[in-house]
Design a protein. Structure first.
Length: 486
């Protein structure tokens, strides 16, 4: 129910923002004036309170959600309520909660608060929601993703919204719908820089995939080892905000990269234990959000032919596949370098970070292996994890426009204590090693249009404490057309 609430409200919020954008655009010369830089903390806090009260009221009075029926029992002794992990829908916890926190954050940035002050308002809004707007125990994972996750997402959306004004103010308001609130009360144009998009591309591909599962050293489970997804279609959007190479700045997220992609296609005939099990057997899907933002960076000059960036980075990745789940969020170190040769360019990046709080699918999520009870109230389909992560990106560009690219993501996941799986009450379920490698080749048809092919491998080896270990493998191959818009 919570995912329905959040999704419906999000649609309504975006719709209202578009209507306001049209009004603001038509009368900007009379209503809005240049930003004087004055901070408006009451506008920021008011926007946060308005959103929380509106969403809570909608959940309680319109949808009648049981978890939204708060009273003095929660409010009168809110400080006594114990923090715990929750078991909400994967999409709600790790996309909609960062977006919800991003609402608090963006309305604060739109009120001329700096990043630290905006984070403070976000932290206040998240605590208010967890302690006063739900009857459930305040959630540890929600607090993490509605604050730290919202900083990563909110700062990117705030900056992209300003740059989207170069195309249309309506588009800018769609990306950041909180602008209607800040501009309504401050009557000021948004504050920030434009013309920062270094690279922008959109591609559409078609492909096929094959999966393999092996429950190690156990013959007690009946399952399908090999599956085939015959065909899927996948659009993807990539944005590089400012040049990743040779970047020197103490302004967090003054340079970032964001990749959004989705896939939908024919299922393998197997599905997960869930409310939409029949549909899950027929449908293949994959929703992916990958981003990295430089928190602080310097640009040492090693030679005349190189552009180098060294600094602190924030990583966020969300991958929700019909076969697996993978989420990471945490800070780290990064080196990015571009090497210019006579008739080609080599770009490479190496990131090392610590996943402060992420997720992986517990192995029964993908397929029913006989270890679950019929109770859906005492388990979740994913683990809450921590551990090291690394990212390697390499791209080689020739003078004629041919491009070769390789990316590798590696995660060492250790599951937090006190997971909610039925068969593992009060204990950690183990550790997991995950790697995702993607190789591609492109050739240009014109200055804008490119075609290419790519192959991706996902591998997971999990070592559990009380159930058999598992090995998983996915191979996806596709061809695509790409619009290199910038």
């Amino acid at each position: 129910m919570r995912r329905i609430v959040s999704t419906v409200l999000l649609v309504l919020f975006l719709s209202n923002s578009v209507l306001f954008a049209e009004t603001a655009t038509s009368s900007s010369s009379g209503f809005l004036h240049e930003n004087d830089g004055e901070k408006h903390p009451l506008v920021a806090i008011g926007g946060m309170l308005f959103f929380n009260i509106a969403l809570s009221s909608y959940n309680r009075w319109i949808l009648g959600a049981a978890w939204a029926q708060t009273s003095w029992d929660e409010w009168g002794h809110f400080w006594e309520r114990k923090l715990d992990y929750d078991r909400d829908w994967y999409w709600t916890n790790f996309v909609l909660h960062p977006y919800q926190g991003g609402i608090y954050y963006q309305v604060s940035r739109g009120s001329n608060l700096n990043q630290l002050e905006s984070f403070g308002v976000t932290l206040l809004g998240s605590a208010m929601w967890e302690y006063l707007c739900e009857t459930n125990s305040p959630s540890i994972n929600d607090m993490m993703y509605t604050t730290v996750g919202s900083f990563a997402l909110g700062e990117m959306l705030y900056r992209l919204s300003l740059n989207a004004d170069e195309i249309s103010q309506i588009l800018g308001h769609v990306i950041n719908p909180t602008r209607w609130w800040a501009q309504l009360w401050t009557r000021q144009k948004p504050r920030g820089t434009t013309h920062n998009i270094h690279e922008l591309s959109f591609k559409f591909g078609v492909g096929t995939a094959r999966t393999y599962t092996n429950i190690i050293n156990s013959s007690a489970y009946s399952y399908v080892q090999n599956e085939i997804y015959p065909v899927f279609f996948t659009p993807a959007l990539f944005v590089a905000y400012n040049d990743p190479y040779g970047h020197d700045s103490n302004d967090p997220y003054s340079q970032f990269e964001l990749e959004n992609s989705a896939a939908i296609g024919k299922g393998s005939g197997e599905g997960a234990k869930c409310n939409y099990e029949k549909l899950d057997e027929k449908l293949m899907y994959d929703i992916r959000i990958l981003s990295n933002g430089m928190l602080f960076a310097c640009a040492p000059q090693f030679s005349e032919n190189t552009d180098t960036t060294l600094g602190l980075v924030m990583e966020y990745e969300f991958d929700w596949h019909q076969f697996y789940e993978l989420t990471s969020l945490g800070p780290g170190l990064a080196i990015k370098q571009r090497v210019r040769f006579k008739d080609s360019v080599l770009e490479w990046q190496l990131h090392g970070a610590w996943n402060a709080m992420g997720t992986t699918d517990y192995y029964y999520y993908h397929r029913k292996l006989g270890v679950l009870t019929d109770s859906d109230d005492s388990m979740r389909n994913y683990n809450i994890t921590t551990g090291p992560m690394t990212i390697l990106k390499v791209r080689y560009l020739t003078e004629k426009g041919t491009a070769f690219a390789l990316s590798v993501r590696g995660n060492g996941m250790y599951d937090y204590y006190a997971q909610l799986q039925d068969d593992l009450p009060g204990s950690s379920s183990g550790c997991e090693w995950i790697g995702v490698a993607n190789a591609s080749f492109e050739i240009p048809l014109s200055k804008i249009v490119r075609i290419g092919a790519q192959d991706e491998f996902y591998t997971k080896q999990a070592f559990y404490k009380k159930v058999p270990d598992v090995f998983q493998f996915v191979n996806s191959a596709s061809i695509y057309a790409k619009l290199q818009l910038k």
